[in-house]
Ligand binder design. Structure first.
Ligand SMILES: Cc1ncc(COP(=O)(O)O)c(C=O)c1O
Length: 448
C-alpha cells in the first residue's frame, strides 16, 4: 500500500494559507488527497512521499515533451541568462510569430497572451469588433476558460456543477458563484455535432451572432470527434452568414499534429486559440487568424494587453518545443499517436476481460476513458450517462499501481512515454480493473 502522509500534511498546511489548498479549483478533487509533487523527469513524476508515477495528467496537458525535457530546459535557462522580460519587443517574438504562421494553416497574424482563457477573451473581442454583433454560439460540454462571458456550468467529473445536455433554448447557467448575472446573456448554447440545430440557430439569429466557438474535437468531455461533415458544415454556414468561426485549439493545438486539428481536418477557421502544449509547460497562449481580423489590433479597435505577453522565457520555450516536435518530419506525433492507440486498445481489452463496461475514445495522443453501459459514446448526452464515481475509484486505484491519471477520464500522452512505460501502464490498468471488478462482485454478492 502506498502512503500519502506527506501530501496529506502539506494539503492541511496549504489549506491554511492558500485558498482552497490548491492553485486551480479542479485540482482539489483528487483522491485520496491532492498530491504534492517533488520532481518530474520524462514521463514520470515523484510525489513528496517518494511515490513515483507514470504521468498521464501531464500538468493538465501542457507537458507534451514530458517533464524537464533537456532541450526545453536549456532553452529556458538561456532565456533566463539573457534577461527574461523587457516590456520591449525582442527577436524571439518575431521568430515565434513567423514560425506559427508557417505551421498553422489559418494563421496570417498572431497575438500572444499568457493563458488559454485570455486567448479566448481576445478571440471573442476580435469577433465582436469585426462583425459589430454581440452573440456567441458555444456548445454543451466544451470548455473555453473561466472568464465571465464564456464560463458556463461545466459538466465534468472533477468540476462541481452538473448540467443537462440538450436543446439550445435552455437557460445558460454560470460556471461559478460571483459571475456577473448578465455575463452569459449573449451566449447561445447548442448541442454539439448536431448540424440541424446549428443551422437553425445561425439562420434565425445571424444578424446578431458574432462568432461560433468550438473545440474541434470535444476533448474536455469525452474526446468526441466531429461527425463526418459537421465542421465542414459549420465552416460553410459561418462563411455564408458572415459569422466568425473560432476553433479553440488549446488542447488540440500542437497535439493532433504540428498544425493542430484544423490542419488535420483540412478546415480553416477565421481565428484559432492555442495554449497548453505550445510552450511545453511554460505559460503562453496565442490567437492566430486572418489578417482582416487580427489587424483590428493594429488599428487600435481592439486592445490586446498583458504585462508578460511575449516574454522571453515563454517565447524561447515555445520555439524549443516546436523545434523538438517538428524534428524528423514530426515523427514524434506518429510515436505519440501509436502509444495512445496501444493504450486505448489495451484498456478496452482489459475492460472486457474483467467484465466491466466502458468506452475509450481516442484521437491522436489524447483519449477519454469512461465507465458506461454503452458500446460507444458520440454525443454529450451519452457521455453524461457515465459512472464518474467509479472512474474516481479507478483513478485512485491507478495511483496505487503507480500511474497518475486525471480523475475525469482524460489521458494525455507525451513524447517521453516509452513502449516499456506503455506496457507497464497496461499491466497497472489490468490490476486496477481487476481490483474494481472484484470489489463490485463483492458488493453485488452482498446485495443478493
Ligand atoms: C479548450 C480549452 N480552451 C481554453 C482553456 C483555458 O485555458 P487555461 O486553463 O490556460 O486558461 C482550456 C483549459 O483547459 C481548454 O481546454
Amino acid at each position: 500500500m502506498k502512503t500519502y502522509t506527506h501530501s496529506e500534511q502539506k494539503f492541511k498546511q496549504s489549506a491554511a494559507a492558500l485558498a482552497g489548498g490548491v492553485s486551480s479549483s479542479l485540482r482539489a478533487s483528487m483522491k485520496p488527497v491532492p498530491l504534492f509533487a517533488e520532481r518530474g523527469q520524462g514521463a514520470r513524476v515523484t510525489d513528496v512521499d517518494g511515490n513515483t508515477y507514470i504521468d498521464y495528467l501531464l500538468g493538465y496537458g501542457p507537458l507534451i515533451l514530458g517533464h524537464a525535457h533537456p532541450g526545453l530546459v536549456t532553452a529556458v535557462n538561456e532565456a533566463m541568462q539573457r534577461g527574461f522580460t523587457f516590456g520591449l519587443q525582442h527577436q524571439g517574438e518575431i521568430d515565434l510569430a513567423e514560425r506559427l504562421i508557417e505551421i498553422l494553416p489559418c494563421a496570417e497574424k498572431v497575438a500572444f497572451s499568457g493563458s488559454g482563457t485570455e486567448a479566448v477573451m481576445l478571440a471573442l473581442r476580435l469577433a465582436r469588433a469585426y462583425t459589430g454583433r454581440k452573440k456567441i454560439v458555444r456548445f454543451h460540454g466544451h470548455y473555453h476558460g473561466w472568464s465571465d462571458t464564456i464560463f458556463t456550468a461545466f459538466p465534468s467529473a472533477d468540476m462541481k456543477a452538473e448540467t443537462e445536455g440538450g436543446a439550445g433554448d435552455q437557460e445558460v447557467l454560470p460556471g461559478t458563484g460571483g459571475q456577473s448575472e448578465i455575463s452569459l446573456q449573449e451566449i447561445i448554447l447548442l448541442p454539439w455535432n448536431d448540424p440541424e440545430a446549428l443551422e437553425k440557430a445561425l439562420r434565425e439569429q445571424a444578424d446578431e451572432i458574432a462568432a461560433v466557438i468550438t473545440e474541434p474535437v470535444m476533448c474536455n468531455n469525452g474526446c468526441l470527434t466531429p461527425q463526418p461533415g459537421y465542421l465542414e458544415r459549420m465552416r460553410e454556414l459561418t462563411a455564408e452568414l458572415g459569422i466568425v468561426l473560432i476553433f479553440d485549439e488549446v488542447i488540440t493545438g500542437f497535439r493532433l499534429g504540428l498544425g493542430g486539428a484544423h490542419e488535420r481536418f483540412g478546415i480553416k477557421p477565421d481565428l484559432m486559440t492555442m495554449g497548453k502544449a505550445m510552450a511545453g509547460g511554460i505559460a503562453l497562449s496565442a490567437v492566430a487568424g486572418s489578417s482582416q481580423l487580427m489587424d483590428l489590433i493594429e488599428g487600435g479597435q481592439v486592445s490586446h494587453l498583458g504585462t508578460l505577453n511575449g516574454n522571453g522565457i515563454a517565447v524561447s520555450a515555445a520555439l524549443a518545443t516546436l523545434d523538438i516536435l517538428g524534428e524528423n518530419q514530426g515523427e514524434a506525433f506518429v510515436k505519440m499517436e501509436q502509444a495512445a492507440a496501444t493504450l486505448a486498445e489495451g484498456i478496452r481489452e482489459r475492460l472486457r476481460s474483467h467484465g466491466l463496461q466502458g468506452v475509450v475514445n481516442q484521437l491522436g495522443p489524447v483519449f477519454h476513458m469512461m465507465f458506461i453501459d454503452r458500446e460507444d459514446v458520440s454525443s454529450f448526452a451519452e457521455f453524461s450517462e457515465r459512472d464518474s464515481a467509479l472512474y474516481f475509484e479507478f483513478a485512485e486505484q491507478m495511483l496505487e499501481e503507480g500511474v497518475l491519471i486525471r480523475p475525469n477520464g482524460l489521458w494525455y500522452v507525451s513524447t517521453a512515454h516509452s513502449e516499456e512505460e506503455i506496457r507497464e501502464t497496461l499491466e497497472a490498468a489490468d490490476r486496477a480493473l481487476q481490483a474494481l471488478a472484484s470489489r463490485r462482485g463483492v458488493q453485488e454478492g452482498s446485495r443478493r
